[in-house]
Design a protein around this ligand. Structure first.
Ligand code: G6P
Length: 369
């Protein structure tokens, strides 16, 4: 097993470090040689096909569901088709409104999650076209779907998903670009610019992995708190959900992610002196609003760790610590901001002496309902 871990202490840490390669393997075969368009040989969609859909569903469980939340944002922003995201175990039982004009996308690392598989079968029965985003070739979900696109993350062993999540996000990003390209819903220059930013992401993930010591220190400092809050707006909120799930899964710390604007509707009552709050502030259109939420928690003496993009000189004035990630288009930044959150969860689990790769009560793939 030590050999399989490639010199890392745990599979999770190895998989976190494999993200630059996983993202490169997932993106590069799908970018045209001139770097200006997306090629999806697996799909070969055309405008008529895409115009036949008036609604898209994204359904998944756990981390894959969180990737779906980012996927919704990409598709709605770039393609302007309405997208609904749901967890498979809810979707299945709510008599969903689906017909042949629905594109039904499932996301699953393993391709074996039974709720996700059952949700897809139900959608198919109701007439939807189904597309699977999965990491395992020939898995049940891959076989059952009308069409499949693969994340090329390689085997993921740790129960807590890391490289599968980042590759699911890049695959959603490319899918949205591909759809926008066909539907001409974005100018060609904008698409080319986004593709060029996408190609820089693997090296930028490597940069975020260069010095993990500050994160290790935060984990030691705050790893014994029983509650941690994550806040953000828009795409930052989606990443906050994933960051808090990571912490819960492997360190058993109670973690809650909140849409920053919702704080005052309940969670603010729990913010007292010394409570750690991880605040993501990378989205320009809601930056000022997020900042005022950060001031609200600071006023209650929370300890705030801000996550910002390089070049942001503002956030550090209002928080206790800042972690910065390289600058990129704000659509792509979730792929970078999630990395320090994965590491924070990892080091918190180590600090608490938890079994990182095999957390209690959890399984890598849930094939029972
Ligand atoms: C389990 C795993 C999670 C995963 C979820 C969905 O709960 O522990 O890490 O996100 O299942 O798995 P899937 O293979 O469908 O992505």
């Amino acid at each position: 097993e030590a050999a399989e871990k490639g010199g890392y202490e745990h599979f999770m840490l190895k998989e976190i470090h494999e993200q630059p390669k996983a993202v490169r393997d997932t993106t590069s075969p799908r970018i045209a040689k001139d770097g200006k368009s997306i090629v999806m040989d697996e799909l070969k969609w055309d405008a008529d096909y895409l115009n036949s859909f008036n609604k898209i569903y994204i359904v998944a469980c756990g981390t894959a569901y969180h990737a779906g939340l980012v996927g919704k944002y990409y598709i709605e922003k770039l393609v302007r088709t309405p997208v609904e995201v749901d967890v498979a175990s809810e979707f299945r039982y709510r008599d969903p409104i689906i017909d042949e004009n629905t594109l039904f996308i499932v996301v699953s690392q393993s391709g074996e999650t039974s709720d996700t598989l059952a949700a897809m079968k139900e959608a198919k029965r109701l007439g939807a076209k189904t597309l699977a985003l999965t990491n395992v070739v020939g898995s049940s979900i891959a076989r059952e779907a009308d069409q499949v696109i693969y994340t090329w993350a390689g085997p993921e062993i740790a129960v807590a998903s890391t490289k599968a999540y980042t590759t699911q996000i890049v695959l959603f990003f490319m899918l949205a670009l591909y759809m926008a390209q066909i539907k001409k819903s974005q100018p060609a220059e904008r698409l080319a610019e986004l593709i060029s930013q996408l190609q820089k992401i693997p090296a930028q993930i490597s940069e975020t992995l260069e010095d993990v010591n500050p994160i290790k220190t935060f984990a030691k400092q705050y790893g014994f708190n029983e509650d941690v809050f994550y806040i953000g707006r828009s795409l930052d909120y989606a990443v906050a959900l994933e960051g808090s799930l990571k912490l819960k899964e492997i360190s058993y710390i109670h973690a809650e992610a909140y849409a920053a604007g919702e704080l005052k509707h309940g969670t603010l009552a729990l913010i007292v002196e010394g409570v750690p709050v991880i605040a993501l502030a990378t989205q320009k259109s809601v930056y000022e609003k997020t900042l005022s939420n950060i001031k609200e928690v600071k006023a209650r003496d929370a300890v705030v760790i801000g996550i910002a993009a390089e070049g942001d000189e503002e956030l550090e004035k209002y928080v206790d610590h800042v972690i910065k990630v390289p600058e990129t288009d704000e659509l792509l930044i979730p792929i970078l901001t999630v990395v320090p959150l994965q590491l924070l969860a990892y080091f918190a689990a180590i600090t608490r002496g938890c079994d990182v790769d095999k957390p209690r009560n959890l399984a890598k793939s849930v094939t029972v309902e």
